[in-house]
Design a protein around this ligand. Structure first.
Ligand SMILES: [Zn+2]
Length: 281
């Protein structure tokens, strides 16, 4: 009896050792198989595309005019906020887009997206429509309809492109050759719209489906020397002037326009390169 019990204990020890060896050899096999390439190791995460900052120039008061570029495919969308410093929610919306795409670059759907969130930092600091020279950037572009004027209502400067903020935007357009340009502004409540110039009516309609603002071929008054005239009409770059309702706070403006901006980016298509044929001003 005593011997039998001893024999069973020895058998149990042998069985336990065998089980341990099997388990060990299984682990070892898995390691060897991976090394032999039979079982693929988990693929490393591809690096996320990241924004690169480009300094386009300096404002009259020496502030950097920074454009952040998220590299993607050949279709390129340029988004501009704050051309009028008295419309600060346009900067909030542009920054909202920048922060969203920083966190989730895949939402750009492979498009190259460039964001100049604050195109007139001197005016923004003073909440002034104008730059530090008291010129309206959005009347200072070398569009065919440019008019030199320094009246109270229209301060377009003594000559087109006289202002560094204007030239920075011209530089961005020349460098990027965007397939879609969106400049964000704000306007009196009830007049908010997706204003389009050049071949951008379809994009305006897409945005309208998300932000509820009507597509509009005109905002109802002439805008000589505007970016819409320069880029949209003269150069046929699809151009949206997104006019936010001015009384809407920045966060609400971003919430209301997030989907519209992402849809516009997604809808951007390669445009025919008409710039050379139409000449440069
Ligand atoms: Zn404006």
């Amino acid at each position: 009896m005593h011997d039998d019990a001893g024999a069973w204990r020895r058998k149990l020890v042998v069985l336990a050792c065998a089980a341990l060896l099997t388990a060990t050899s299984t682990v070892g096999c898995a390691g060897r198989c991976r090394a032999a390439g039979v079982v693929a190791p988990p693929a490393p995460e591809p690096p996320k595309p990241a924004f690169e900052d480009v300094v386009l120039g300096r404002s009259v008061e020496g502030n950097d005019l920074v454009m952040s570029v998220l590299p993607g495919g050949p279709e390129t969308v340029l988004v501009i906020g704050g051309v009028h410093g008295s419309e600060p929610t346009s900067v909030d919306v542009a920054r909202g887009l920048l922060e969203l795409l920083r966190e989730q670059p895949e939402m750009a759907r492979g498009k190259t997206v460039a964001i100049l969130a604050n195109a007139n930092p001197d005016g923004y600091a003073k909440r002034s429509r104008y730059n530090a020279n008291k010129i309206d950037i959005n009347r200072n572009f070398a569009a065919t309809n440019y008019k030199p004027a320094m009246q109270a209502a229209v301060r377009s400067g003594a000559r087109p492109n006289s202002e560094p903020e204007t030239r920075a935007i011209v530089r961005a357009i020349a460098r990027l050759r965007p397939d879609l340009l969106i400049s964000i502004h704000s306007i009196g409540s009830g007049r908010e719209c997706n204003n389009y110039d050049g071949p951008a009516e379809q994009v305006a309609r897409v945005m309208s489906g998300h932000n509820g603002y009507p597509p509009a071929a005109t905002i109802g008054y002439p805008t000589p020397g505007s970016l819409g005239s320069y880029a949209g009409i003269d150069r046929q770059i699809p151009m949206i002037t997104l006019e936010l309702p001015r009384t809407l706070p920045g966060q609400a403006a971003w919430d209301n326009n997030r989907a519209a901006l992402l849809a516009a980016i997604s809808a951007a298509e390669p445009r025919r390169r008409l710039t050379a044929a139409r000449g440069q001003n």
